[in-house]
Design a protein around this ligand. Structure first.
Ligand code: SF4
Length: 561
């Protein structure tokens, strides 16, 4: 009974209920005696995607679109006024008897052609500066003029808020904002530039960032700019861009080297004897990896991995023990320094060590979802087999890294995804595969088991999946692991930096000191090259501030009314 949609739509039509919504809008747009009112609930993230699309379907036929947000605080008087205004507008339209323009609501996307491959600069959003610096080189080596946008771009959030539906989750605002801000910066020839964005294929909005970006481009008068979708499933085809084995191989090596650099850097930098020495090693090895991209055979790849571990293992460190604080959460907020207000820098400045689980683990998690799909959702056996095959293949890329880390004095190797899965199977169902899903809980469990009991769980405000498997799991984790000291910190364009900092400081003030990279089983620091030193314990800035140093006298307490 519903209308048929003029395809393709600008967004990815991936949700059943919302497909009915688009069909309803198509139906209404062809019926002069019908109007459409969409009711949304505050905080329902999908509506940020669907509302814009319904608006476009109706607008193409010069029809009005009315959106009413309902939540428990909504004032019905305001709703009544909106409905009355709609009725008044309908009557005015009838009185004037105008013939309004009608066009197709189908979206014609700009395709990235073969010629563009040689003439266009491709801009991609920043996420993790350590990884993406090397990843950029992997794409360049494959023949693309590829640019990752700057790590810290103050204009990104403002621009995102201007061009993206403000009910969208923070990462989508930031990603689209980065891109539009770069295009408006005057740095690029707008006739020779394209954008690239990933489409995860998951159930939440991450598959629809591309739709947000296209809408933002249209609103900024830049709809001629092609947006290339990067997805394992191949959602969209562009003749000028192809994921070849060479590109994939280089990109995976870049991610693993990035993970290794991040793991080693964060483990030693807070203790470095000479300020800046750890960052110098990062710079040295990032440059080596960048130069090797494109012709990095297995031998060179392993050579670089061994070199990184060796150098960071020998860096002179101070014999001080500091608190170790894990950072987990939504992938962009976790890694992007603008999105998380420089969380790593803040933790280190406050006198603690940041422990950030690897980026590759997210890929392992994404691949492994096929296991649940087969076991519980009746997907064919092939889905599970492929999932295990991808996990196995990806593990080949980090075999050498794991071996070197296990042999090292200071570092620990990452954990196999199946072990992470096992660690949470009685806490959260592994069917939670939207956003970071069960993997977020698993990262927290793994950190606690590794002795990092203080954890900042960072999430974008309005990110529903991560509020369930991140924030929503904290109570249970505290019950199971009474020492767990977990703080959920929300990030969004409007949240105050002071609030985030206060939550982080509170977390740090309760964080016990952790294991020093050179600490032996005897609790002493075993200096590389010989010598045993007793460690100095150093709490984070403000640590123990909540200790009861001045007990309050009961007689001084205010009397309750
Ligand atoms: S996981 Fe959260 S932040 Fe990421 S796209 Fe989904 S809703 Fe947005």
């Amino acid at each position: 009974h519903l209308g048929s949609i003029e395809r393709p739509l600008r967004i990815m039509d991936q949700w059943t209920y919302h497909n009915r919504l688009y069909r309803a809008a198509s139906f209404v747009s062809g019926m002069p005696n019908l109007e459409l009112v969409q009711l949304t609930s505050f905080g329902c993230g999908l509506d940020a995607v669907t509302a814009d699309q319904v608006d476009e379907i109706l607008r193409a036929k010069s029809r009005m679109y009315t959106l009413i947000k309902i939540d428990e605080g909504s004032n019905l008087g305001a709703v009544r006024i909106r409905i009355r205004s709609l009725i008044a507008a309908v009557k005015a339209r009838e009185r004037r008897n105008l013939r309004l323009p009608v066009k197709s609501s189908a979206y014609r996307r700009q395709v990235f052609s073969k010629e563009m491959r040689y003439t266009h600069t491709i801009l991609a959003p920043q996420m993790s500066p350590i990884h993406f610096r090397i990843l950029q080189q992997a794409f360049r080596a494959a023949g693309y003029n590829f640019v990752i946008l700057d790590a810290v771009d103050p204009a990104a959030v403002e621009t995102g808020l201007k061009y993206v539906n403000n009910d969208a989750c923070y990462p989508s605002i930031l990603v689209a904002g980065q891109m539009i801000a770069a295009l408006q910066s005057g740095k690029y020839d707008l006739n020779k530039v394209s954008l690239m964005i990933t489409q995860t294929g998951g159930g939440c909005r991450a598959t629809n960032y591309i739709g947000f970006i296209r809408r933002a481009l249209a609103d900024a008068g830049l709809s001629h700019i092609p947006v290339i979708s990067l997805s394992a499933q191949g959602f969209e085809q562009n003749p000028g861009f192809k994921i070849t084995f060479k590109l994939l191989d280089a990109a995976l090596k870049a991610v693993i080297i990035g993970d290794l650099l991040m793991r080693c850097l964060y483990r030693v930098r807070p203790y470095e004897a000479e300020p800046g020495s750890a960052d110098r090693l990062l710079e040295k090895w990032s440059t080596v990896a960048e130069r090797a991209m494109g012709h990095m055979g297995v031998f060179r790849y392993h050579q670089i991995i061994r070199g990184i571990v060796r150098d960071f293992d020998r860096l002179p460190l101070l014999p001080v023990k500091k608190p170790r604080v894990g950072v987990v959460g939504e992938i962009l907020v976790k890694f992007h320094p603008t999105a998380n207000n420089q969380i790593v820098e803040t933790i280190e400045r406050e006198g603690a060590e940041c422990v950030m689980p690897d980026l590759a683990d997210f890929l392992f998690y994404s691949f492994s979802t096929g296991i649940f799909r087969h076991e519980e959702l009746a997907f064919p056996k092939k889905t599970e087999r492929n999932a295990r095959l991808f996990v196995w293949l990806l593990e080949r890329y980090r075999t050498c890294m794991k071996r070197c880390l296990r042999k090292s004095r200071r570092f620990e190797a990452p954990t196999l995804i199946y072990k992470l899965m096992k660690g949470v199977d009685d806490i959260v169902q592994t069917g939670n595969i939207m956003g970071e899903g069960w993997f977020l809980t698993a990262e927290m469990v793994e950190l606690i088991r590794d002795g990092v009991s203080s954890i900042a769980c960072v999430q974008p405000f309005a990110c529903l999946p991560n509020h369930v498997t991140g924030k929503g799991m904290i109570k249970e984790l505290r019950r199971r692991y009474p020492d767990a000291n977990i703080a959920a910190i929300d990030y969004d364009p409007g949240s105050s930096e002071v609030n985030q900092l206060n939550r982080l400081k509170l977390l740090l003030s309760n964080a016990p000191v952790g294991r020093h990279p050179d600490e032996g089983a005897d609790g002493m620091i075993h200096v590389p090259g010989g010598g045993v030193v007793e460690p100095e314990l150093r709490h984070a800035e403000g640590g123990m501030a909540f200790g009861d140093t001045e007990p309050v006298n009961a007689s001084d307490m205010p009397v309750a009314d």
